[in-house]
Design a protein around this ligand. Structure first.
Ligand SMILES: NC(=O)c1ccc[n+]([C@@H]2O[C@H](COP(=O)([O-])OP(=O)(O)OC[C@H]3O[C@@H](n4cnc5c(N)ncnc54)[C@H](OP(=O)(O)O)[C@@H]3O)[C@@H](O)[C@H]2O)c1
Length: 331
């Protein structure tokens, strides 16, 4: 491995731009290659970030020997195929959230990474933000006592376009897989386990995807997570972690720069930490750390936990009778 970890980006769309801006502030990382289905799009992205190697196919990117790790940034129904392509070519992978569309496809990815002994991580970037790191420290230090409740929501109103990624079932549309997973992943993280009970209601809209959902997860110790997600309604997008002795409030939790710790309704501690870049640098720093340490997965976003989050999502979609078209094709 050279001085800098050499990154490639697969699928230069909306989120890839934000990720590239985060990568740019990390001193030991370099974006060296980009792969698109179209050379024109690869060129335009590569020009914007001064990237030398640009490819009009994902295969060429995966086989570029100068790349150490590939960030898979395509819509989630394609995460399995594109991650497997990179793993088969011997490349470490950071795969956008949700890691895949369901637990079975996630297991395919995890099994391949483990068999080949190659690094794989879900890009659940929220977990690596300084605010969430600090909130976990407050909890570990007993500052809020035993955690009893996690309340989190992530909803926004997207314009009506049935062909968009958020509304088209062929692109894995729906609030649960796009933003609900942030709330579920947070609950799994804070309670430190998968839930023993899962219940939810969703409104499936005109295109058949869940436009909004309410979810309750029950954990072994009696802890509860009360969550909601939406793609056709704006919600506060905040998280509250409520313990026996205090609580933590994280505004805009999924891209938070502040959090407060309260005891007896008085704020007693806080963190206020603007991002160095776009915020996506923190997950990339963890990937760099793991690669340098020879770790095959991150202890902050373990692969088993990515599988368990998808199992929770599967259970919810099962209750709602919401199957994606490509899942019907798989059976
Ligand atoms: N971490 C976050 O904050 C965050 C935010 C938004 C989205 N995401 C996740 O990132 C992933 C991508 O989301 P996005 O909003 O960036 O999506 P997007 O812009 O719609 O698509 C990303 C790229 O995927 C490629 N692609 C490959 N096959 C495709 C197909 N059949 N249809 C459409 N595009 C295809 C396209 O690039 P080429 O054709 O040029 O190869 C496209 O530009 C999703 O899984 C989403 O959940 C994460």
């Amino acid at each position: 491995m050279t001085d800098k970890i050499r990154w490639g980006i697969l699928g230069p769309g909306n989120i890839a731009h934000k990720f590239a801006k985060g990568l740019a502030v990390i001193s030991d990382a370099e974006l060296v290659a980009v792969g698109s289905r179209s050379l024109e799009r690869a060129n335009s992205f590569a020009d914007a970030y001064s990237v030398d190697a640009r490819y009009g196919s994902y295969e060429e990117l995966a086989n570029d020997r100068s790349v150490d790790v590939i960030y898979v940034a395509t819509p989630h129904p394609f995460h399995r195929e594109h991650t497997l392509l990179c793993l088969e070519a011997g490349k470490a992978v950071l795969c956008e959230k949700p890691i895949s569309i369901n637990a079975q496809t996630t297991k395919d990815m995890v099994n391949t990474a483990r068999e080949k002994r190659i690094f794989l991580m879900e890009a659940m970037w929220t977990r690596f933000l300084p605010t969430i790191v600090k909130a976990r420290e407050w909890i570990a230090d007993g500052r809020i006592g035993d955690v009893r409740l996690v309340k989190a929501d992530f909803g926004f109103r997207v314009g009506w376009n049935p062909a968009s990624r958020l509304l088209d079932p062929n692109l894995g549309g729906g609030s649960l897989l796009d933003v609900g997973v942030y709330t579920i992943s947070l609950a799994h993280l804070i309670f430190g386990s998968a839930p023993s009970q899962v219940a939810g209601l969703a409104h499936l809209g005109e295109t058949g995807v869940d436009e909004q959902a309410g979810m309750v997860l029950g954990f072994q110790n009696g802890g509860l997570a009360v969550l909601c997600s939406a793609v056709r309604a704006n919600t506060p997008q905040e998280a509250r972690i409520i313990g026996t002795d205090g609580s933590i409030h994280i505004p805009d939790f999924w891209h938070s720069t502040t959090a407060t710790l309260s005891v007896a309704n008085e704020v007693v501690d806080q963190i206020d930490k603007p991002f160095q870049g776009s915020g996506y640098e923190y997950e990339a720093m963890e990937v760099n750390r793991c690669l340098r340490a020879g770790e095959l997965e991150s202890p902050i976003m373990p692969l088993q936990e990515s599988i368990e989050v998808m199992e929770t999502a599967d259970e919810l979609r099962g209750q709602w009778g919401f199957e994606l078209p490509m899942e019907r094709m798989d059976t």
